[in-house]
Design a protein around this ligand. Structure first.
Ligand code: SF4
Length: 427
């Protein structure tokens, strides 16, 4: 078998001198194909279980298919077993450029030695999930919603994963969610209206197991809607079978948040899988993480969000990378993140713009981070600037006193009681 493409359409950003040409190239849907697995039958290749069984998880697997492993990567792979395992589906391997060690896909899934450099401010649980876990596998941090972790396994492992402490179990976390206890907790808490299934990747569960969890959740009267967070459509689009989509569509309203960071990840195989989910009536959103050497430039980000819309996926969040241990080689400054957002807002479809957020270190929740569009604001007016830097004023409404027709005995904010006194309230 021969080592596959160095597809010109997969050239890294910056290689073309014409930004519009580069944008068009990145926006093309390209099949990942079978690459060096050309001798594998179509039925095996399209079987998600075969893909999982044949993941690249050892140095020897990588060396077989990726002869030019950089020293940095080689060191990272040797050490990954102690921190976060390496696993790459054959399908996703084919999205990489084997000849480019700076390939943005490689940077996301092949460990590097930088993972072993831990900064004092980095944490194993940067979002403070473990301290908000009333039963194993359930995180109840916000009043009306919970995170329901169903597994510690993923189809491939992202080197910047916020849950590196538990996914893959390489560091011995020993994650044992108890589905019955998780469901029972939700039943006993009527304030919970929204459940996010996550992990690990919930779409790695069998259809039957996932169906059972969704059916149980749907039987709880106070659960209004359910979300699934999954990177499976990107790492393993073969898993998005018609049978899975048929099962999922029984549980509406059901949303899926996918996770993709670079336009190359949106191959024709991924586009087709996402179409199956969208055709099942599932609203799709995307969460990206801002990563150095992956998507920290405007052209790449613009191509990504345009392609997502073409796949019927709303770009939802752009995350500043969490302060996970050993992630400094992948983190980008907030200043750079703001520059990218500044060059998107107003310059392209508003629907394509994700909200840039920082998940506050230690568990403060997501905080939106925006370029400064408000120049000043007082009781009379707000002074704002647009994407071109032009300045505008918007007058605040004049607050008028209005007389409401209120029931006798009503006490207004000033303390007077109708109908004797003023009883005027502002509109
Ligand atoms: S798929 Fe999600 S949970 Fe799994 S390693 Fe990647 S970021 Fe972490």
């Amino acid at each position: 078998m021969s080592i596959h493409h160095n597809n010109p359409e997969h050239r890294p950003p910056g290689e073309s001198t014409d930004p519009s040409e580069e944008l068009l190239l990145l926006k093309k849907f390209v099949p990942a194909g079978k690459g060096p697995w050309g001798e594998v039958s179509d039925s095996q290749w399209n079987d998600w279980v075969w893909q999982l069984k044949n993941r690249l998880s050892q140095m020897s697997d990588l060396k077989e298919w990726l002869p030019h492993l950089a020293e940095d990567e080689s060191l990272g792979v040797q050490m990954s077993g102690k921190k976060l395992a390496m696993a790459i589906t054959p399908y996703f391997f084919n999205v990489m450029d084997v000849d480019d060690e700076g390939c943005p896909i490689r940077r996301q899934v092949i460990p590097r030695s930088g993972e072993m450099k831990v900064q004092p401010w980095e944490m194993s649980d940067p979002c403070g999930e473990d301290s908000h876990s009333p039963v194993p596998g359930l995180v109840h941090r916000y009043p009306d919603r919970v995170l329901f972790l169903v597994t510690d396994r993923c189809a491939a492992y992202c080197r910047y994963c916020t849950r590196s402490r538990l996914v893959s179990n390489a560091s011995g976390y020993d994650f044992h969610p108890n589905v019955d206890q998780q469901l029972e907790y939700i039943r006993r808490h009527p304030e919970i209206r929204d459940v996010l299934l996550s992990g690990g990747d919930p779409l790695l569960l069998s259809d039957a197991k996932l169906d059972r969890i969704l059916t149980e959740l749907r039987s709880i009267p106070h659960i209004e809607f359910v979300r699934i967070g999954s990177r499976i459509p990107i790492f393993l689009p073969q898993r998005i079978t018609p049978a899975l989509c048929e099962m999922l569509r029984k549980h509406h309203p059901l949303f899926i948040s996918i996770h993709t960071n670079h336009p190359k990840e949106l191959t024709t195989e991924v586009r087709d899988g996402l179409a199956r989910l969208a055709d099942a009536g599932i609203p799709l959103g995307n969460q990206s993480v801002l990563l150095r050497g992956v998507n920290d430039n405007v052209i790449t980000m613009k191509a990504l969000i345009h392609k997502l819309l073409m796949c019927r996926v709303k770009p939802y969040y752009l995350y500043q990378c969490d302060l996970i241990q050993g992630s400094s080689h992948l983190r980008v400054s907030v200043r750079r993140g703001l520059e990218i957002m500044e060059q998107l807002r107003g310059h392209t479809t508003g629907y394509a713009i994700p909200q840039y957020v920082i998940d506050a270190p230690g568990g403060g929740g997501k905080i939106p981070i925006n370029p400064e569009y408000i120049l000043s604001h007082d009781d009379q007016k707000i002074v704002i600037r647009n994407f071109e830097g032009r300045v505008f004023e918007y007058p605040e409404p004049v607050e008028t006193k209005v007389r409401y027709s209120l029931p006798v005995g009503h006490q207004c904010a000033e303390g007077c009681v109708t109908p004797e006194a003023c009883c005027q309230e502002t509109q």
